[in-house]
Design a protein around this ligand. Structure first.
Ligand code: GLA
Length: 367
């Protein structure tokens, strides 16, 4: 703990972008990726901070070439990865790709065991800015050693490349991954269902000491806009990920999203919590039945507070300044970041209302 965290400046704030997996699985191709990159610009996501366009599993041909090099599936990506990366870069975006540390990817395609330096070089030649390295087909291997090899291989390319470690939290990566990669998964794969989001959230409550600039816990990519999540559930998912200083990787179809989904993803005051320059992850400070209070310290002594209501009743919650670590006599201004309105403070307690199955998110500014 606390030793040799990365501080190379490649991910001073949690990375933001889009990843193909949650919505498209292996049904990906050049047109989808380019249209998504364009939609990222026209929808305003790029300007809201989303930068990485990441192609997940399913991009590679079923075999390496005669020289052992990785090749893209020629039917899905006929122009090749270099060309695709150039076009993504020309839109002011960054390009991310996926591989697996073991003998095959999770979809049984060629993976990188024994090819780490060669593949890292190849990715750098293509103009890759971000690599997600998965953990399927790794029987008997130690994640720490293998991800250390990846960190070395990427560094050896001389190109700045973000390393996204995807070991699902099995070997407590928060204790060692911060010196190797910029983000690491802390849980199994997210699903576009409320129960999955809540299960993952519960796993994050104790992980706050391990995150910071250039090394982030990753509770998995966003499901906003996927499945049957309601508006309140989607807003709660997004806001709680922001409280966690989580990487914000949209996982929906950016080309066809509704205005409601788009407004969640670009909500400026929520994104600002996620991207706060202090880089401190939020934590749960209290549970009262179905209602929980999470707080996150922000730069300049401000605080983000989330009242997370898992139950089916409306609730009113009272939060004292003391609980937030703010000297009780301080003058504060409290703002509801979804409603974009000011919130009452009565005798040094903040009074917030929460809908059933939702999160109310406040920003407490010290005057
Ligand atoms: C694993 C990862 C997912 C995704 C798939 C691809 O399940 O955790 O995020 O990359 O593999 O096959």
């Amino acid at each position: 703990m606390g030793i040799g965290r990365l501080s190379d400046g490649l991910a001073p704030k949690p990375p933001m972008g889009w990843n193909s997996w949650n919505r498209f699985g292996v049904k990906i191709d050049e047109a989808l990726v380019l249209e998504t990159a364009e939609a990222m610009v026209t929808s305003g996501l790029r300007d809201a901070g989303y930068r990485y366009v990441v192609i997940d599993d399913g991009w590679m041909a079923s075999e390496r070439d005669r020289n052992g090099n990785f090749v893209a599936d020629p039917e899905k990506f006929p122009a090749g990865m270099k060309e695709l990366a150039d076009r993504i870069h020309s839109l002011g975006l960054r390009f991310g790709i996926y591989t697996d540390a073991g003998t095959k990817t999770c979809q049984d395609l060629p993976a990188s065991l024994g090819y780490e330096f060669r593949d890292a070089r190849r990715f750098a030649e293509w103009g890759v800015d971000y690599v997600k390295v998965d953990w399927c087909h790794t029987d008997g291997m130690g994640p720490r050693a293998l991800y250390a090899k990846w960190a070395m291989a990427l560094r050896a390319t001389g190109r700045p490349i973000v390393l996204s470690i995807c070991e699902w939290g099995r070997a407590r990566p928060w204790e060692w991954a911060g010196e190797l990669g910029h983000l690491w998964r802390t849980s199994w794969d997210i699903q576009p269902e409320w129960s999955s989001i809540v299960t993952i959230l519960d796993r994050q409550a104790e992980l706050h000491p391990f995150a910071g600039p250039d090394h982030w816990n990753d509770p998995d990519m966003l499901e906003v806009g996927n499945g049957e999540l309601t508006g309140d559930q989607s807003r709660a998912h997004f806001a709680m990920w922001a409280m966690l200083a989580a990487p914000l990787m949209a996982g929906n179809d950016l080309r066809t999203m509704t205005d409601e989904v788009r407004e969640i993803l670009i909500a400026p005051e929520i994104v600002a919590i996620d991207q706060d320059s202090l880089g401190k992850q939020g934590r749960r400070i209290r549970r009262d039945g179905d209602t929980e209070i999470w707080i996150r310290e922000l730069a300049a002594g401000h605080r983000a507070v989330a009242a997370f209501n898992r139950g089916f009743d409306h609730r009113e919650v009272w939060i004292s300044l003391e609980e937030l670590g703010i000297e009780p006599r301080t003058d504060v201004r409290v703002r509801d970041l979804w409603q974009r309105t000011d919130v009452r403070v009565i005798r040094r307690e903040i009074v917030a209302a929460t809908n059933p199955v939702s999160a109310t998110v406040l920003r407490v500014a010290q005057q």
